[in-house]
Each structure stands twice: as C-alpha cells, then as structure tokens.
Design a protein around this ligand. Structure first.
Ligand SMILES: NC(=O)c1ccc[n+]([C@@H]2O[C@H](COP(=O)([O-])OP(=O)(O)OC[C@H]3O[C@@H](n4cnc5c(N)ncnc54)[C@H](OP(=O)(O)O)[C@@H]3O)[C@@H](O)[C@H]2O)c1
Length: 294
C-alpha cells in the first residue's frame, strides 16, 4: 500500500500517451510525479486523466535524445525536491520492417530512443540516487527484449540491448543500494501501433522483395492488436507495485502471453521454438502468394 506520509519523487519519461500517461496518472494522487513529455503541447490527455483520478503532476519537457532537455529537467527536480526516488524509463517506439527494408538511419534512430535514450536519462539521475543511497530505476522493456520476430528486428535489438544494460546496471548499482527493474509487457493497444507507429524506409515499396510479406504481417499484427482486450492499466499497476514493494523482482512479466513466451524460449530447443514462431507468423502466407519460408 502507498504510504501517504512518504510520497516518492518520481520521474516518468514519455507521459503523453499509453503506459507513460497511465503510470504518471496512477501515481499522481500519492506521489510527487514529474511527468515528462518531449512535446508539452501534448499534455491535455495526461492532465485530464490526472484530474479524473484526483491527482497532481508537474509537467516537464524532456526528449530522451536531447541531453540539454534531460539535464534541465533533472536539475529542476533536484532543485525543487532535493531528491529523485524513482525513474521510470518508459519513452519508446517501434519501427516495423525487414532488415533489408530498414535504412541504417531507421535502425540508428530506434537505438537512439529505446536504448541510448534510456542511458541518457539514467546517466544524469544515477549520481543523485547514489548520493541518497537509495532509488529505483524501472525500465520499460518488452517481450521483444527476450525473443525476436521477423519484421521487428530493430525494435527487438533495442530492447535486448536495454535488457543487457539493465542487468549489468542491476549488479553495479546494488553496490550503492539502488535497484533496477525490467517490465516486459506483451501486446497492449496503445498509440505505439497507431499514431506513433513507424515503418522501415522501404516497408511500402512494392519493388522490395519483402513487400507482400510485410504487408501480410502488418495486417496480421493489426488484427491481433485490434482484438487485444488487455488493459494497459495493468502496466501502471505493476509499476506502482514495484515502487511500493521492497525486494520487488528484477524481471517483471505482467501477462500470460509474455510468461508463456519466456518459458517456451528457455525450455524448447531453438529449432522447435522457431518452428512454432514461423507457424504462428506465416500461416496464411501461401494465400498471399508468397514463397514458403520453410
Ligand atoms: N504497447 C505495447 O504493446 C508495448 C509492449 C511492450 C513494451 N512497450 C513499451 O512501452 C513503452 C511505452 O509505449 P506505449 O505502448 O505506451 O506507446 P505510446 O502510446 O506510443 O507512448 C510512447 C511514448 O514515448 C514517447 N516518446 C517517443 N520518443 C520519445 C523521445 N525521443 N523522447 C521522449 N519521449 C518519447 C511518446 O511521445 P510522443 O507522444 O511525443 O510521440 C509517447 O509519450 C515503450 O518503451 C514501448 O516500447 C509497449
């Protein structure tokens, strides 16, 4: 249970929509929440949700790829509160596309936000937490952080890198009394699949050898997302639990889909796992008149 006598100072990145918005709003009645957005003009949905829950947030401009905006945001919080108890590295997006359709720039931008962006913010917050001798860093990874799929290689690479970084940081920061946690959601219907969806430079190029299959996969993913009934509030609730609970686990997989994938990936011989994944992804592809991937 949240302790009203002991509100935490929390910085959340990417609070304009999706998980970031819900995390900031959920924590807002009990904690001192700095909800950061790369574009503060997009704060209306956040403020409406915070108001609906009877909370309060401080809205800050912060682009995880812009060092000056990070320094200014973090220095401002330290100046106002004298501490940062929790950092939620949530900001991110996914670029869809086969490797040959992705430009070098597509992949670098993906790493710049999902991987280096987390490092940029974490680097500035750690010294403050280290001085306090306590603090929690919660990184929004994904099931794509421990299993990769065709057409999502760049996104998976960014989340696998984030997982390796988080795991090593867990050991390094334990020495100073700080905790690092991973949250690994499966699919939830947020703007990441709609307004914020990004595609490879050649995703829609009919001359690409991957064109029919990437169009097929986009339809398959979007059908899945449209039918997805999981509530994104689950992730906000989980982050709240990690904050409240001493000794919360390093790795947090919120849904059955993720738990099953994690277990199968570990237990099954890769040849068998790969067969299942290819069946799940490509069944129906024949009708799309594309050569069989077998
Ligand atoms: N939804 C899922 O199924 C799912 C599953 C697993 C993991 N995740 C992860 O969960 C996190 C949140 O995703 P979501 O589903 O909530 O997506 P979302 O609704 O698209 O929200 C993404 C947020 O990240 C922000 N952002 C993007 N680039 C940024 C940058 N350079 N600096 C600061 N903020 C930036 C966006 O801001 P703008 O509004 O300005 O673009 C937005 O606020 C991401 O890390 C994502 O990879 C999502």
């Amino acid at each position: 249970m949240p302790d009203p006598q002991n509100p935490k100072v929390v910085l959340v990145t990417g609070s304009s929509s999706g998980f970031g918005l819900l995390i900031a709003a959920r924590l807002s009645p009990q904690h001192i929440v700095y909800a950061s957005l790369r574009n503060p003009n997009k704060k209306q949905d956040l403020l409406a949700e915070v108001e609906r829950r009877g909370g309060k947030v401080h809205v800050l401009p912060l682009d995880v790829t812009d060092h000056a905006s990070i320094r200014s945001a973090v220095n401002g919080i330290e100046h106002e509160q004298g501490r940062i108890d929790v950092l939620v590295n949530n900001a991110g997006y996914g670029v869809g596309g086969f490797f040959e359709d992705l430009s070098d720039q597509d992949i670098r931008k993906q790493m710049e936000v999902n991987f280096f962006g987390v490092q940029n913010v974490t680097r500035v917050v750690i010294p403050i937490m280290r001085k306090q001798g306590k603090g929690k860093i919660i990184n929004l990874s994904s099931v794509s952080g421990f299993q990769a799929n065709a057409c999502f290689g760049a996104y998976s690479a960014s989340k696998w890198a984030l997982e390796a970084f988080s795991e090593s940081l867990h050991y390094e920061l334990k020495l100073f009394g700080l905790d690092v946690h991973l949250v690994e959601p499966g699919t939830y219907r947020t703007r990441i699949f709609h307004e914020n969806a990004r595609y490879a430079e050649n995703f829609d190029n009919p001359l690409s050898p991957y064109y029919p299959i990437s169009q097929f996969l986009r339809r398959r993913v979007m059908d899945y997302v449209e039918n997805c009934r999981k509530d994104p509030e689950t992730i906000a609730r989980l982050v709240e639990r990690i904050i409240e609970r001493p000794g919360a686990p390093f790795r947090n997989i919120p849904d059955l889909e993720g738990k099953m994938l994690f277990a199968l990936r570990r237990i099954l011989p890769f040849r068998f796992y790969s067969w299942i994944v290819r069946k799940a992804l490509f069944t129906g592809l024949q009708e799309a008149r594309y050569p069989s991937p077998n």
